[in-house]
Design a protein around this ligand. Sequence first.
Ligand code: NB4
Ligand code: NI
Length: 182
Amino acid sequence: MLTMDDIVREGDPILRQVAEDVQIPASDSDKETLKKMMEFLINSQDEEIAEKYHLRAGIGLAAPQIGVSKRMIAIYLTDDKDKLHQYALFNPKIISHSVEQTYLEGGEGCLSVDRDVPGIVPRQARIKVHAYDINNKEVILRLKGLAAIAVQHEIDHLDGIMFYDRIDKENPFKVPEGALKE
Ligand code: NB4
Ligand code: NI
């Protein structure tokens, strides 16, 4: 199983690289990597397992964070309507998005960042994502709220972008015009 020792921390150049597309159909090893990433998220949200293995909780993970510079992400979260969002995706791409923005009231954190970086991280309120699932099937996801925010955080990692790159340097707590608070 993946533990925090497998999580790459800021300063490692892989977090600033643009990750490679995964060849579809995906290889067994790429599928195995994505399965391990999903397993990590599920373990990290299980109090007993998280405590036993000192895991920081996560609702999303991108392959560069475990040292694999390939376009794979895992999402495992329950939204404000108690809907489970569980996505294991190859080559996720935002194909359209709302003009309206959103942000997490408490700001964002990152498993690759061992410090708090306070501030508002502007995100698109609604996104349409094209990707391939673990069975190489093409999928289109329409997301909003926490799920949309998490997928944008992970796709940023595939493009070498960290959440704090998006915080306004002059006024970190500046709320984008008309943005939805999540
Ligand atoms: C990715 C998220 C940061 C903002 C908001 C939140 C947590 C992460 C980073 C958007 C995506 C990881 C990947 C949480 C968390 C709420 C739900 C259910 C029960 C505990 C869990 C805690 F853990 N971020 N961590 N950070 N990242 N909510 N929750 N709770 O997931 O760096 O690139 O278990
Ligand atoms: Ni992150």
